[in-house]
Write a protein that binds this ligand. Structure first.
Ligand code: ZN
Length: 146
């Protein structure tokens, strides 16, 4: 469980009016970390679609089972988790900080993936490892204790 396979997906969508949406989705099958940024075209005399002001939007996660108190049912047809049934929660303040780091890093996607992988490990992987460790330790005490 310490080395699950993560699948990286990126999407770019033109929202019109010079707005662009970027999605980064790091999926581990039963759960996914999802980061969304929105870029606004700079207001210049000559509209320049390649020059955008980027802001955070959502830094969140999809999970087959609720992962925290704020998790809400997302949809029964979520494309980001196996089986499609999903709970979702996200934060905008963390997305703002990450968008700033991404821009400061020269739009380096590795900045995004590193944050997504850290979130995946802290939120989904390490708690499971901890549970497995507890079960193994209890198991070492002998079958009668379980
Ligand atoms: Zn979902």
């Amino acid at each position: 469980m310490t080395n699950p396979t993560f699948t990286r997906t990126t999407r770019t969508a033109n929202l019109g009016n010079g707005q662009e949406r970027r999605d980064w989705i790091l999926s581990a099958g039963r759960c996914a970390v999802h980061i969304i940024f929105i870029g606004e075209a700079r207001m210049t005399e000559q509209p320049d679609p390649t020059s955008r002001v980027w802001g955070g939007f959502v830094f969140g996660w999809h999970s087959q089972a609720p992962n925290g108190e704020g998790d809400k049912p997302h949809t029964n047809d979520c494309p980001h988790v196996e089986g499609g049934v999903c709970f979702f929660e996200g934060h905008t303040s963390r997305a703002e900080d990450l968008a700033a780091a991404w821009v400061a890093g020269g739009f380096n996607d590795e900045v995004i993936w590193a944050a997504a992988e850290q979130e995946m490990r802290e939120r989904f992987i390490e708690p499971i490892d901890f549970q497995e460790l507890m079960i193994r330790d209890l198991g070492d005490l002998g079958p009668d204790t379980l």
